[in-house]
Design a protein around this ligand. Structure first.
Ligand code: ACM
Ligand code: ZN
Length: 523
């Protein structure tokens, strides 16, 4: 029987196939030091019951030997021979990633040998570590609340494909989704809207179905723990100063005009943002963030910073006074000042600020991490050359809310995120890449699945595998053999013919971006 190429995604950076196979069954013996017990439990719990070994089975000839070794923290090595699987890793996290590789080998073998209770795992040698330290996925729950079950489901798939950052977009014009004890109206008022915009990007029609939902702090702790078990850090995003209408509806005194705000059913960019001149705004934001820091242990907090129009600030006496007192030239600098104040608050609490690239400015704290999505590459590149750390989420490719006509699977796969004109000595300032799923037109699990899968797999491989090892045809070959695993789990992914539309359909990509994605809400 010829040995098939292992259907691994992401593919390991170094893999040598050897002859022979290891017979995996529930009868093998697992050797691991006691401090690794929790990791082994997580690994075993994810296996089908009939293929799940007892942790000690000393009479068995076959052994899975797992250990922490003297390797770089993000490296793992695995050698599979007929009697032994030897997994070594430099840390618990890379051990987890090595075990995901093993899980995929077991799952693929189980598919090939349906119903078998002894599986032939190919003998091989792997030496592997990720290209990027930041391998992120972002879920917008401001536009549509999806809930605990969906978030856990996404975290499970993220872990399977070795993604390690869950960026949780929790506050928006259309909804505030996180309980804050000091400000109950944020969820009492801010978590509910009367309907949702339909009929395309510029549509003014509403469906009249109220949309409501938020996470209690206890639920958030549960998600953070669930993610931590899978070696995924959860980064909350609290939008400042824009995309904040839901907060203003709850506490109108935080806006420049102070009245007549509502949690909006309309998408897009809204003029009303937090007032930067009123002293109460900073206090409010620090109180909110204080509670956020209690429940999110990650070293980073995302403060948004995108799409913050300045019309209200230009007419607001308090904003104008504040800008004048600070000697600022324009209202963009007032946003920078506000961002630096929040950044300093986070720094005092041992956390680091992240924001979208609109926040970039000469006087922005050099320690602020920028997440690039659109706009002047040159500005970003200059900041990166000066040492600023960046995360890349190019709108043109990595936005999962776009149609496949616009962002086809092969295009996502083949995209090289690091700018060609950024000199290699600055590449270490690129922490990594992140794929955002904005949910204006993602109200259901079916739509979420379609937009996310299989593109997230192409993205995950780009985050892990060095570019010189990437090959789309090889990826597609492995994907086709791995899709039955998604089928078995009921994932409603876009099939390959839809994920890679015809050249003609792609020519309509820019148009379909607006018509199909921005026009259709459901599947
Ligand atoms: C964004 O898409 N407004 C970051
Ligand atoms: Zn103001």
């Amino acid at each position: 029987m010829p040995i098939p190429i292992p259907s691994l995604i992401p593919y390991p950076n170094q893999l040598d196939l050897l002859t022979g196979h290891f017979p995996w069954s529930s009868q093998i013996n697992i050797q691991a030091a006691p401090p690794l017990a929790a990791e082994i439990d997580t690994f075993l719990a994810a296996l089908p019951e009939n293929l799940r070994p007892k942790t000690t089975n000393p009479a068995a000839d076959q052994i899975l030997h797992v250990e922490i070794a003297v390797l770089n923290a993000d490296h793992y090595q695995m050698e599979i021979s007929p009697l032994k699987i030897h997994l070594q890793a430099g840390s618990l996290t890379s051990l987890f990633h090595g075990m995901q590789t093993l899980r995929q080998l077991i799952d693929s073998a189980a598919l090939n040998q349906a119903g078998g209770t002894t599986l032939a795992i190919p003998c091989l040698r792997i030496s592997d570590h990720p290209r990027f330290a930041w391998r992120g996925f972002m879920l917008d729950e401001g536009r549509h609340f999806h809930g605990m079950k969906t978030v856990k489901y996404l975290l499970d798939w993220m872990a399977y494909f070795k993604l390690n950052i869950f960026h949780w977009h929790l506050t928006e014009d259309q909804g505030w989704r996180i309980e804050i004890r000091q400000y109950p109206n944020l969820t009492k008022i801010g978590a509910k809207r009367r309907g949702s915009q339909t009929g395309g990007l510029l549509g003014r029609k509403l469906d009249r179905t109220p949309h409501v939902g938020f996470y209690t702090q206890a639920e958030i702790r549960e998600i953070v723990n669930y993610a931590a078990q899978r070696h995924i850090a959860v980064i909350p995003e609290i939008e400042i100063p824009g995309h904040s209408l839901a907060a203003l509806a709850a506490y109108p005194e935080l806006g420049c005009t102070g009245a007549h705000y509502q949690v909006t059913p309309y998408w897009g960019i809204h003029q009303d943002i937090y007032c930067a001149g009123k002293p109460g705004t900073l206090q409010f934001l620090e109180n909110v963030l204080g509670e956020v820091l209690e429940i999110f242990p990650a070293p980073y907090v995302h403060i948004g910073g995108d799409e913050a129009p300045k019309q209200r600030w230009r007419r607001c006496p308090e904003c104008k006074n504040r800008a004048a007192a600070l000697g600022l030239q324009n209202m963009h600098q007032l946003q920078t000042h506000m961002t630096n104040q929040i950044g300093n608050f986070l720094k005092r609490n041992d956390r680091q600020i992240i924001g979208w690239n609109e926040m970039l400015d000469g006087s922005l704290d050099p320690n602020a991490v920028v997440q690039y999505w659109v706009g002047k590459e040159k500005t970003l590149i200059n900041h990166t050359r000066q040492g600023r750390k960046a995360i890349l989420s190019q709108w043109s490719t990595y936005y999962l809310d776009h149609t496949y006509a616009h962002s086809a699977l092969d295009k996502v796969y083949q995209f090289e995120p690091i700018f060609a004109n950024l000199e290699p000595q600055f590449h270490t300032n690129i922490l990594g890449i992140e794929a955002p799923l904005w949910t204006e037109y993602v109200p259901t699990q079916a739509r979420l699945d379609w937009q996310t899968f299989p593109r997230l797999l192409a993205f995950a491989e780009s985050a892990w595998l060095q570019p010189q090892h990437k090959d789309y045809n090889f990826f597609e070959h492995r994907l086709q053999r791995l899709l039955p695993i998604l089928d078995a789990a009921g994932v409603g992914y876009a099939p390959l013919e839809a994920a890679n539309p015809s050249p003609l359909a792609r020519m309509g990509g820019p148009l379909s971006l607006i018509q199909a994605v921005k026009g259709e809400r459901g599947v």
